[in-house]
Write a protein that binds this ligand. Sequence first.
Ligand SMILES: [Zn+2]
Length: 317
Amino acid sequence: MAKRDFPIEVTAPDIAPYRAGNTGIDYVTTFDSDRPGPHAMINAVTHGNEICGAIALDHLFRHDIRPVRGKLTLAFVNHAAYRRFDPARPRDNRRIDQDINRVWADDILDGPGDTLELRRARELRPLVETVDYLLDIHSLGTNCPALLLCTGQPKETALARAIGFPAHVILGRKRRSRKRMIDYGPFADPATPRTGLLVECGQHWARQTAVNALDTALRFLRGLDIIDQATLARHVSDRLPVPQRTLRITGAVELQSHDFAFRDEFHGLEHFPRAGTVIARDGDADIVTPHDDCILVMPNARAKKGMRAVRFARLVG
Ligand SMILES: [Zn+2]
């Protein structure tokens, strides 16, 4: 049975005006306030079909939102994949050769691999080395509320609280392989204050997802005191703070077969009070909730053998 897909409610902005930038790296612009302060970076289109971030950065550029202290870098990470976005086939341009958000380890960046995404990561790397605070904007395949993802370090939860948005903060685990940019060197090192967060703003092409992307970007900059309160108030969709809930990842399901199906249409954040509740079938095996008060995070009904189909979490705050 063909899986139902979601409508495209947003238009992918033309990012050609941002190609030249001012950093010597295509599609990367740094605004310097010439005042002391941190270097913040906001990334869009790390995955080419996740266009909410491009809409958010386009807004920041067009409305002259600039740092009042420190520096602000705006980057269209996988611009080559993004520029292939086709509303008729909106899932086909997540990447070109490989996922650029799985290569952020020194041995891979320094290794022999030669893909479009590796070349781009190597081009960005010297700049990333200078970043104090990173916000990497993404979106999801399901109709899920926005999620702020981190590796579970105290410096990350402190920044998440300073941002105060979105409502759900997901504490993951430190990765040993397939590293994302937020897992890269200093961001993963608890001895430095440098911090990376990843936001999943909602379903890839929903109107609200682009609103969430801009709201997160603005609140990130306000949380770091890089924009003032008046700028935030002018551009944010809702000035009221949201109560935040924190969830800790407790496990994940990697598919063992090519024959996988969830028991229901899950979008993420579904709550199951009892351990042992069947949520999916993988080949001949039931997949059950591993503990009481289990919450599903980022279910992927399109996952294939060897891929992660869902994560489990519990509420911790
Ligand atoms: Zn993504």
